[in-house]
Design a protein around this ligand. Structure first.
Ligand code: ZN
Length: 160
């Protein structure tokens, strides 16, 4: 009995005469769990943003342009600051006033192998535009996207 409870613990213990509330929980958790896949945790966001900074295809960018990229991963100002500090500590970027120099010879995103395109209804993570196909960058820490075709070029730093 107890072991069975543990097994079903994720869905909360089912008490026979509380079926109603169980059903409510299920219907709430279903769209919630879909959302959860989109909601990246802080560690994953940090890792993704650092990989993104490591893959930028330009030598230097304005700080605002760099933040624009980071904002595709997180909109939290504190996490953005943390990411910038970590990137600087690790030597991925160096700051020169409002200009950010990226590490030369960083590993550029290889579009053919690292960007996947999926058909479907998406919303661009950068500009919010509706898309019929989403571009996703596959990083070690996970996927970043979806992006439209022009935004993905900006995100990887091909265009400023
Ligand atoms: Zn876009």
């Amino acid at each position: 009995m107890f072991a069975r409870r543990l097994l079903t613990g994720v869905h909360r213990t089912v008490i026979p005469n509380e079926r109603k509330s169980t059903a409510v929980t299920d219907s709430e958790s279903e769209p919630g769990s879909k959302r959860a896949q989109r909601q990246l945790d802080r560690e994953t966001k940090r890792a993704l943003a650092l990989e993104l900074l490591d893959h930028l295809e330009v030598d230097e960018l304005d700080l605002s342009a760099v933040i624009d990229r980071i904002e595709t991963v997180t909109t939290s100002p504190s996490l953005t600051r943390e990411i910038l500090d970590t990137a600087e500590t690790r030597g991925l970027i160096s700051r020169d006033g409002a200009r950010i120099h990226t590490r030369r010879g960083g590993s550029f995103v290889r579009f053919e192998s690292q960007v996947v395109t999926r058909e479907g209804e998406f919303q661009c993570r950068r500009c919010g535009a509706g898309l019929s196909a989403g571009h996703f960058i596959r990083f070690e820490a996970g996927e970043l996207g979806p992006f439209g075709s022009s935004c993905i070029r900006k995100v990887v730093g091909r265009e400023e």
